[in-house]
Design a protein around this ligand. Structure first.
Ligand code: GTQ
Ligand code: FE2
Length: 346
């Protein structure tokens, strides 16, 4: 192409802009790619040495009530200004100090909590409190009332995972504050786990929403299941022993927009290379090791958080036995018939 044609084209494109027109042929190749490309990059947050000190500083500068939610956003450096950890999801670390309350509200956005540090705080969902222990997985599905409080004597920190970017993409955000700071107790603690989480369901009960009626999945139970699994069978080459949090009424993911898993990597077990279309946030729960994401090597220890973006080949190398929690937008991709994975050599 000679210079004058290029200049003519550019002149033409410049004329189009003011009329809200643009040439697709200049953009098509960046939109319809042969394989996923994402602006998100692999990233690791060191909890003990970096995030925790800043979180505690935030605790001295602002109250939970004043902040409404005292959260440090884990913002993917490839998505600066987007408040996103992967293209589709939000992650943050929330701190609640002894005696504090994070006031009740509800919103279209769905949230998961994964407890990182401390015990004795609670999240109340639709009038039922769940006490939070490290490793517990708790959901606050779309439009459910929720508030948090800390009645213990030490700080409590958890990882928040929300579908904020999905809700933003679709322009479907609604939210409202409750008229009281804390919800009045509608059901005693442990009620929903007994009712829906004992491999039984109330006779004649039918689900009316997409999310799980169980909203707290204690780590003790998850760990026990994984321990038994690891004792009784061979690990999957790419995943080790990996379980998915489910809605017991449907067998689907616990929430329609965010899926979560817990996996045990046996000592000395290096996983085979793997990639999938759902960009994933991992939390190291037990043990140390490293995860190789493309050319990047992340060394992790308990409470560190790291991201494997969409379609990035990765493998885990635990030092001894290790446990990883993870969450992603996989349920959305599955519902739309878009989710794909590829194993080493496949
Ligand atoms: O705890 O309710 O990280 O509403 C972002 C939005 C936490 C919460 C976040 C929220 C919450
Ligand atoms: Fe919330």
């Amino acid at each position: 192409m000679n210079d004058s044609i290029a200049a003519d084209r550019q002149h033409f494109y410049d004329q189009l802009g003011p009329h809200s027109l643009a040439p697709l042929w200049e953009r098509l190749h960046t939109l319809v790619t042969r394989a996923p490309t994402t602006p998100a990059v692999p990233v690791l947050w060191d909890y003990d040495n970096v995030v925790r000190p800043y979180l505690m500083q935030a605790g001295r500068l602002i109250t939970a009530k004043e902040a409404e939610r005292r959260v440090l956003i884990l913002e993917n450096p490839g998505l600066q200004g987007h408040t996103s950890v992967t293209h589709a999801l939000f992650a943050g670390l929330q701190l609640i100090l002894p005696g504090e309350v994070a006031p009740a509200h509800r919103h279209a956005q769905s949230a998961l909590r994964f407890v990182i540090e401390g015990s004795g705080a609670y999240t109340a969902v639709e009038g039922e409190r769940a006490l939070m222990e490290p490793g517990d997985f708790i959901i606050t599905p779309s439009w459910t009332w929720h508030d948090h409080g800390n009645e213990a004597d030490a700080p409590v920190v958890w990882l928040d995972g929300l579908d904020i970017p999905i809700i933003r993409l679709l322009d479907v955000s609604f939210a409202e504050p409750a008229n009281a700071e804390s919800q009045t107790e509608a059901r005693p603690q442990g009620d929903s786990l007994a009712r829906y989480g004992a491999n039984m369901l109330p006779v004649d009960w039918k689900p009316t929403v997409l999310s799980s009626p169980v909203f707290a999945y204690p780590y003790a139970r998850t760990r026990e299941a994984l321990t038994t699994l690891a004792r009784n069978g061979d690990p999957d080459p790419c995943h080790g022993h990996k379980l998915r949090y489910v809605n017991p009424a449907t067998g689907d993911h616990a929430m329609p927009t965010i899926g979560a898993c817990m996996q045990v990597l046996p000592a000395g077990f290096d996983t085979a290379s793997y990639r999938c279309t759902d960009g994933t946030v991992f939390v190291a729960v037990e043990g140390t090791g490293e995860t190789i994401v493309g050319d990047t090597v992340f060394r992790w220890k308990p409470r560190d958080v790291f991201v494997v973006p969409s379609w990035h080949t990765h493998r885990h190398r635990p030092d001894g036995e290790a446990v990883l929690f993870s969450f992603s937008d996989r349920p959305v991709q599955e519902k739309l018939g878009l989710w794909r994975e590829a194993r080493a050599g496949a």
